[in-house]
Design a binder for this molecule. Sequence first.
Ligand SMILES: [Zn+2]
Length: 357
Amino acid sequence: MHTYCLRRIIYGTLIVGAILGLGLSTVQAQPEAYSHPELRWFTIETEHFTINYHEGAERSAKVAAKIAEEIYKPITSLYRHDPGKVNIIIKDTDDYSNGGAYFFENKIEIWAPALEFNLRGQHNWLRNVITHEYTHIVTLTAAQKFGAQIPAAYLQIFGYEQVRRPDILYGFPNILVSYPIAGINVPFWLAEGVAQYQRPELRYDSWDTHRDMILRSLVLEKKLLDLDELSNFASKRGIDFEFTYNSGFALVRFLAERYGEEKLEALCKNFASPLTLNVHAALETTYGKPSTEISVSGKLTWSATIRHGLLAFWRTKLKESSLSSADMQIFIRFFRQMEPSCITSQILVQTLADTPS
Ligand SMILES: [Zn+2]
């Protein structure tokens, strides 16, 4: 029979950041074709950025350098955080359009061809994407728990059987508890929400009719995602990805308008505490309310706005149509049969009730 003893438990915090950091530069080396060493590369140095670009992309690089310096102040002043010098790589090597923020490396990658994204309306590509990615860098470096060198930490507890013999250093392991603490735990909705929010006065990205259409559909179909569903991209497909961006933007706008834009700084920085283990804790610390209360009031606000808009729309339509009260009742009965739970039919009933006969 074995005896178990906790005297040999070793409490340890294993810092894996240095190991991972070393590994990233070697194990995850990118394929050569990705870096295009066959091209001649150049660098533009500005006060807060270095811009790397290849031959043929000089104009885009110069524009990017100008934009980056122009948006530096508005973004860093909102979050009162300077991430240090940021490297922007401009690529025009593929028939592809996108941007990426590598916030452990202070690096932004921009594909120069403009992205025409119908779900988010019109925008100036370079101005929007540089501001979007730079907001990621500023907010996510502000939210890092252990800095850029340490992506994660593990709290580990080991226990060993109490066997002592001259030829045995420790007994057989009988306890192993491992608790990982991620160095960054900002949920996707918030990361992408603030990156689209940027600063409204810049107008490089905005809440437009396309975004309104998506949110309206989610409200009317009762498909609004809750905070946990919005927190990751796992199990999402197709339009679900856009729902995360859309709802994240809507929620950040709601937070800024209801509680003040300046609170976004505190929200991001509250994630930097090792004790803030999830978004619910960060929201509660920042706004002094339970996270569910905040998300529910956001949903109610959107629903009320959308309901109000639809009501006004249908009232106008019905006035223009000069339908008689009897015609309207037939119309509503038909509509209800088609969509019994649809909010539109409820609005029509209310409209009918409000309409003087
Ligand atoms: Zn983004």
